[in-house]
Ligand binder design. Structure first.
Ligand code: PHE
Length: 462
């Protein structure tokens, strides 16, 4: 007889945990830079529409499936899919995807931790020095940072759903918000910051084209943690009579607001310090922005405000990024952990040991593919692509598999589970949902044009 399924203790706990998953590095630099490059407010508008009309229905489907079945993705798809192979594959993908993304995200989180550590000990000039990132990724100190990040993640997850994930989110999410607001206020007091606001908020519709639209949708999908099995898993910890619909809306609003507010920090900072920046030349890669660009911003800032205050600002920035990353990392590692607990009927501790070891090994492989271990760096060259193992994981899973997983859940709702069942599930805790305009909208959209759009994104990236 297995133990009863764990549950979140409160609705707010669930919302903060899901928002903790959604708010990540993508919100803090990825989104603002994408917005500035792609038409400012025009991009924001398109992004917000995608969140409300495409992503939110998918999010409801994931949470609904989780709560309906009270299982992790694999078992949820298998059970409601009546054992049909195609739905088993969908369940497998929803479990395997987060596992691989966890590896990629772990590497980035470890780097952030390393930069945080270096800023705390006063090495701002070091991390901002030319070419430092290249050296940093190949240093043995990576192992020390890795151990620290794994230990923190492990401790949170070991506490379980209520005493681990929920409790950590209740502290970390408000802290994140306060740090963000402090940084925004600080940045806006710098001379010349208004130029950044202009790029961010003045709409330029001439920049919107097919690839911007595609990019906005991918960004929204990733940002809301969709297609990774996370919300199916978290949904399975949601209580029967809690209101999924309102919670999902609040998660989407929080995630989008944090991304929006982060833009009020990121862009003014860039333009206050480097007034001649050409937005088109900014990298869309969060990795290069966080690790190469931002340390330089803080170092340049030290010339006006002094080295120590600039180091404090840098520390706050990396702490913010670290908190955003760790809450996302926790959510994504919970997916394979919870699946394993369920499948093998083992304790959380045992499951965490197994998943933790696997992820650590894969993280080492991905992290050493930058030069420490030459054959790993070379691996992709033999296959004819000029990419590291790290890049390959990111390309395959981030760009391609996420929309595919979104497509699969839409097809599952339409052809197997049935939309009326989804509506019934979502109406528990929100009796008016089925007759509301939004409920009617979701009912139509999830079985018609949303899957078509996701299929188009998938085919486009393949
Ligand atoms: N939503 C996260 C972000 O915006 C992405 C993510 C979530 C990645 C969970 C991994 C795990 O960065």
């Amino acid at each position: 007889m297995s133990a009863p399924r764990e549950q979140f203790g409160s609705k707010i706990g669930f919302i903060l945990a899901a928002a903790g998953s959604a708010v990540g590095i993508g919100n803090i630099v990825g989104f603002p830079v994408a917005a500035a490059k792609n038409g400012g407010a025009a991009f924001l508008l398109i992004y917000a529409c995608f969140v409300a009309f495409i992503c939110l229905p998918v999010m409801l489907a994931e949470m609904g499936l989780g709560r309906r079945t009270q299982h992790s993705p694999q078992k949820a798809y298998t059970e409601l899919g009546e054992g049909l192979t195609r739905w088993k594959i969908a369940g497998f993908l929803a479990t395997f995807t987060p596992f691989m993304i966890a590896v990629f995200y772990m590497v980035i989180t470890v780097w952030i931790f390393g930069y945080l550590f270096q800023s705390v000990i006063g090495n701002l000039d070091l991390i901002a020095s030319d070419g430092y990132f290249r050296t940093f990724v190949n240093e043995m100190s990576f192992l020390g940072y890795l151990v620290a990040v794994i230990a923190i993640t492990y401790l949170i997850l070991l506490g379980g759903v209520r005493n681990g994930i929920e409790r950590a989110s209740k502290v970390l999410m408000p802290a994140l918000f306060i740090m963000l607001i402090l940084l925004v206020i600080f940045v806006l007091t710098l001379d010349g910051s208004s130029a950044g606001i202009k790029f961010y908020l003045v709409p330029d519709f001439s920049r919107i084209d097919g690839s911007v639209i595609n990019g906005a949708l991918s960004q929204a999908f990733f940002s809301l943690s969709l297609g990774m099995g996370i919300l199916i898993t978290y949904g399975s910890y949601f209580r029967r009579n809690d209101d999924i619909v309102t919670s999902a809306k609040l998660v989407a609003i929080t995630d989008t607001s944090v991304a929006f507010i982060a833009g009020l920090m990121t862009l003014p900072a860039i333009f206050a310090i480097f007034p001649n920046t050409n937005v088109d030349t900014l990298s869309t890669s969060s990795v290069s922005m966080v690790f190469s660009f931002f340390p330089n911003i803080f170092l340049a800032l030290s010339e006006t405000i002094g080295y120590v205050p600039a180091s404090i600002a840098a520390t706050l920035f990396f702490l913010l990024a670290f908190v955003a990353a760790i809450t996302s990392l926790v959510s994504i590692i919970e997916v394979p952990t919870s699946s394993l607990m369920e499948k093998r009927n083992i304790s959380r501790k045992k499951a965490l040991m197994i998943i933790g070891t696997l992820i650590t090994v894969l993280t080492l492989i991905a992290a050493t593919s930058f030069g420490i271990v030459p054959w790993l760096t070379q691996f992709a060259h033999y296959a004819g692509v000029d990419k590291s193992v790290f890049d390959i994981i990111s390309d395959v899973f981030y760009d391609t598999i996420l929309p595919l997983n979104g497509l699969l859940i839409c097809l599952f709702v339409r052809f197997r589970w049935k939309r009326a069942q989804l509506t019934a599930e979502l109406s528990e805790g929100n009796p008016g949902y089925g007759n509301s305009w939004f409920g009617k909208y979701v009912n139509v959209a999830i079985g018609t044009f949303i899957p078509v759009i996701l299929a188009a994104v998938f085919i486009n990236t393949v």
